[in-house]
Design a protein around this ligand. Structure first.
Ligand code: AMP
Length: 283
């Protein structure tokens, strides 16, 4: 496979995408923060099934990190990322610096309501403003036909869909299934922070969620089942559980038994925050 073209300016990105468009090629985008793993690569594969050209952005977006969060220590490994993108057949890596995305004087933000309420927002109040702002910028810069987002960040996927609907951004949003290791742990760039003993604990998260989702669809009381799940996570070794919550799968409003649902959780292992979610089967 050819190495992807690496572009770090918005002007060059626009020119390249315009050339592809003029040649009649469909363009799919995969926004990432780098430290790529098999989860990201699965999104590239899906993008390449949808379009003739795949562009991957790699940008650790400061506006979605709170001052207390891991912006400085977030893993950055561009050379390795580019190798992986070459292997996957991506055509372009967009790697802007912070000053390209947020030049001096930058003063706007996009705030999405609806699915951004609650869950992550209860614990990371500015997170989705940062995500929505950078995703809107990326879509306006690159003007892709479609973009692929992972269900691993399920609330984010719902927020991005809402953003595109509300602002008439002409980008089709494609959700991609979560890629997991052989023990069910959702792949995440933040797993790099975990030692072996912590990985063993982390692997229990998906197990507890699947068990709880099955209990909910079999008729278990929602409050009891989610509280039991939080207790099971603490017993498994997680220090803290931010939430375990059942929600309607599109709006992320209250879940109603018999309707499509999603069980979402955020937990802490030491200083590492892990999220995961599973479907609540409707019968
Ligand atoms: P990030 O680099 O963490 O911002 O993630 C970039 C994109 O990759 C987002 O759409 C994520 O939902 C997606 N992603 C991250 N981990 C996974 C995974 N394990 N499986 C599928 N998609 C993922």
């Amino acid at each position: 496979m050819n190495a992807p073209i690496v572009i770090d300016s918005v002007a060059a990105l626009r020119a390249q995408v315009r050339d592809w468009r003029q040649a009649g090629l469909k363009v799919a985008m995969v926004p990432t923060m780098g430290a790529l793993h098999d989860g990201h690569i699965s999104l590239v594969r899906i993008a390449l099934e949808q379009a003739e050209r795949c562009l991957v952005s790699i940008f650790v977006n400061p506006t979605q990190f709170a001052p207390t969060e891991d912006l400085d220590k977030y893993p950055r490994q561009l050379a390795r990322d580019l190798d992986q993108l070459r292997g996957a057949g991506a055509h372009l890596a967009f790697t802007p610096g912070v000053s390209e995305m947020y030049p001096s004087g930058f003063a706007s933000k996009i705030s999405v309501g609806g699915p951004s309420r609650g869950l992550e927002t209860d614990f990371r109040p500015s997170f989705f403003d940062g995500v929505a702002t950078v995703v809107a910028k990326l879509f306006l810069q690159a003007a892709p036909d479609c973009a692929v987002f992972g269900e691993k960040d399920y609330q984010q996927l719902c927020v991005v869909r809402q953003l595109c609907r509300d602002l008439d951004l002409p980008v089709e949003i494609i959700g991609a299934p979560t890629v997991r290791d052989t023990h069910g742990l959702a792949m995440s760039s933040r797993n790099a922070y975990l030692g072996e003993a912590e990985l063993d604990i982390a692997r229990k998260l998906n197990l507890v969620l699947r068990r709880t989702a099955a209990a909910l669809s079999a008729g278990a009381d929602e409050a009891t089942a989610t509280e039991d799940a939080a207790k099971a996570l603490v017993s498994a070794g997680f220090q803290k559980v931010d939430y375990v919550a059942a929600r309607a799968s599109v709006t992320l409003g209250p879940w109603q038994r018999g309707h499509d649902g999603r069980l979402l959780a955020a937990t802490w292992l030491g200083t590492t925050r892990l999220i995961d979610n599973v479907e609540i089967p409707s019968a």
